[in-house]
Ligand binder design. Structure first.
Ligand SMILES: [Zn+2]
Length: 423
């Protein structure tokens, strides 16, 4: 079933006809295939696909942004807005809409901004951030001047690749030669570091095999990928890791290869002043105002600790979120800590579970001092007080049958044919 979803185009005079030649039209095509979830594919149609009716003196204006801008190193959104004479108030209201998502702070060089101004050219009507061909965020101006945020992601097609390699020199050299990126090599070594000593135990001729899935959109790799299984064969011994449905890696016996988390971002337990409520409605406007984290009522200066091992991904100062930081625990899991008075770690720093990362405060828009703590699983907020997944050390009993089946299937993929692998 094909359903085309077109934007509602506003009517514009014919003098804008010339604009049409400037751009291709991008439509989103929604369709269902088998039992897969809805997929969204960007489709570029040639100009000729739309032919305005000569009898009309108005026609549907194509959805061309007024500005398109590729982020360069050192750019900030406020700098770009001021160059374009967009009022600072609009920027603040965009930041307000972004409070529960904090996507603007993740903008990086080469990400693309699309900007639509209102008819008078005074206010920002719509802003789209394009993080990749599969990930977009839109901010749309409402009548009261605030913005509504929408996130889009395109699932694309995930294609399985088997990567095989043999140890010649160090593991890093051999893995890089086999086609693994620096980040992938690092995650594999960290994952298996308690099972094998990568400096001492490996010998020339030892083998490694990985199952990786790569994302494609219309045949183009998006750059997103995920290691699903890895196995190292060292002198007749197999060491392996398998990705389970919960986003964590486990060994052959279903035991977690990552250190468990602690529940609270504090040393002592404090009162929860506001719970995770993703569907919370604003009491006056009735608009959805999600609370994507858990709030702890604490005094200013209370130590804030990381709930798991990881790397400090971002340290930011936000008009509404205040001084906050993001920790990446693995490819799938992040935590955020908002409204601090002081942050004591820096971007790129490696941290251990329970390590002091900040002192609590009341920066940003708050009614009183508290810690707002969020957990993001594959960039979606989950209840950090209920998410059992990263707190456990092994695959839950009721999921074990499925885990054994899927790990066996990965083993089949990683097995080598005698003939293709002459000794
Ligand atoms: Zn909160």
């Amino acid at each position: 079933m094909y359903v085309k979803k077109l934007k509602a185009f506003s009517k514009w005079p014919q003098s804008f006809l010339g604009l049409m030649s400037l751009s291709l039209f991008t439509f989103f095509l929604f369709f269902n295939m088998h039992k897969e979830p809805v997929r969204i594919i960007a489709l570029n149609l040639p100009n000729s696909a739309i032919s305005p009716d000569d009898n009309l003196n108005v026609y549907e204006r194509p959805d061309i942004p007024d500005y398109e801008y590729k982020i360069r190193p050192g750019n900030s959104l406020s700098q770009i807005f001021s160059t374009l004479d967009i009022p600072y108030r609009d920027l603040l209201r965009i930041m307000e809409a972004d409070l529960n998502h904090l996507r603007i702070d993740t903008l990086q060089p080469n990400d693309v901004l699309h900007i639509w101004m209102d008819k008078k050219g005074k206010h920002l009507e719509r802003l789209e951030l394009e993080f990749s061909i599969t990930s977009k965020v839109k901010y749309i101006r409402l009548e009261d001047g605030s913005y509504h945020i929408e996130e889009f992601s395109i699932p694309g097609d995930w294609i399985k690749t088997i990567i095989r390699g043999e140890i010649k020199g160090t593991f890093s050299e051999s893995a890089s030669f086999a086609g693994l990126s620096y980040n992938e090599i690092e995650s594999v070594t960290r994952l298996l570091k308690d099972k094998i000593n990568f400096n001492r135990d490996l010998r020339v001729g030892d083998k490694f095999d990985l199952v990786r899935i790569d994302q494609y959109v219309e045949g183009i790799p998006s750059g997103e990928n995920e290691i699903q299984a890895v196995r190292i064969e060292s002198r007749g011994r197999y060491i392996s890791a398998y990705l389970h449905d919960d986003g964590n890696y486990y060994d052959k016996n279903g035991e977690s290869l990552q250190r468990a988390f602690q529940r609270y971002p504090t040393i002592k337990k404090y009162r929860i002043s506001s719970h995770f409520k993703p569907k919370r409605k604003h009491p006056v406007t009735g608009r959805l105002r999600p609370h994507n984290g858990t709030d702890f009522a604490v005094n200013i200066g209370t130590p804030v600790v990381t709930t798991g091992d990881g790397v400090v991904l971002l340290v930011k100062d936000h008009p509404y979120a205040g001084k906050y930081l993001v920790i990446a625990h693995n490819k799938h899991l992040k935590t955020r800590y908002l409204h601090n008075s002081k942050i004591v770690v820096r971007e790129g720093q490696r941290v251990r579970r329970g390590q002091l990362i900040a002192l609590s405060g009341k920066t940003g828009r708050v009614t009183g001092p508290h810690i707002h703590y969020e957990m993001l699983m594959r960039d979606r907020p989950v209840d950090p007080m209920k998410a059992y997944i990263p707190m456990i050390n092994e695959v839950p009993k009721e999921e074990m049958v499925q885990f054994v089946q899927s790990s066996a299937a990965y083993d089949v993929l990683m097995n080598r044919e005698e003939s293709s692998n002459p000794v």
